[in-house]
Design a protein around this ligand. Structure first.
Ligand SMILES: [Zn+2]
Ligand SMILES: [Zn+2]
Length: 145
């Protein structure tokens, strides 16, 4: 007869099967930032990271919502809280399509020139492949893939 019955507690080692996703200490509160265009001061992007690891970034490429791998959510939260867009870009360039790393500046929708690329195969209609953006200084970078 095992004593305790329902009082027996389940426990798992850290990182084991009992671990709850997104329980890192930095995720106690959502992170939010708004960034402005270096040229005209217009709102270029709004960034939000929820406590359960959902990153929502709204800018000239649209309103994008994605789930962030837990290994990256601490760094992402820190970058957003510090409004450190260079750090955000280093984490994942596609998390900051509004940022030109060569200028080290943020630009708004009026200041990016977007080119969509289509993949073509003989006999098949082309389909959307990726997008590149050019900043006002002419630096070209991948902004969507
Ligand atoms: Zn540039
Ligand atoms: Zn602008």
């Amino acid at each position: 007869m095992v004593p305790g019955g329902t009082a027996a507690r389940l426990s798992f080692p850290v990182g084991g099967p009992g671990r709850v996703l997104y329980n890192c200490t930095c995720m106690d509160a959502p992170a939010h930032a708004e960034v402005r265009c270096a040229l005209c001061g217009a709102l270029a992007a709004t960034l939000d990271l929820s406590v359960d690891g959902v990153y929502e970034h709204a800018h000239y490429m649209g309103d994008i919502t994605e789930r962030v791998p837990m290994a990256e959510c601490d760094a992402l939260a820190a970058a957003i809280r510090a409004a450190d867009i260079a750090a955000l870009y280093r984490l994942n360039p596609l998390w900051a399509p509004f940022y030109c790393p060569e200028c080290d500046r943020v630009y708004c929708r009026d200041h990016w020139r977007v080119e969509l690329s289509f993949e073509d195969e003989p006999g098949l209609p082309g389909w959307y492949d990726c997008a590149h953006g050019s900043c006002p200084a002419g630096h070209r970078r991948l902004i969507d893939d």
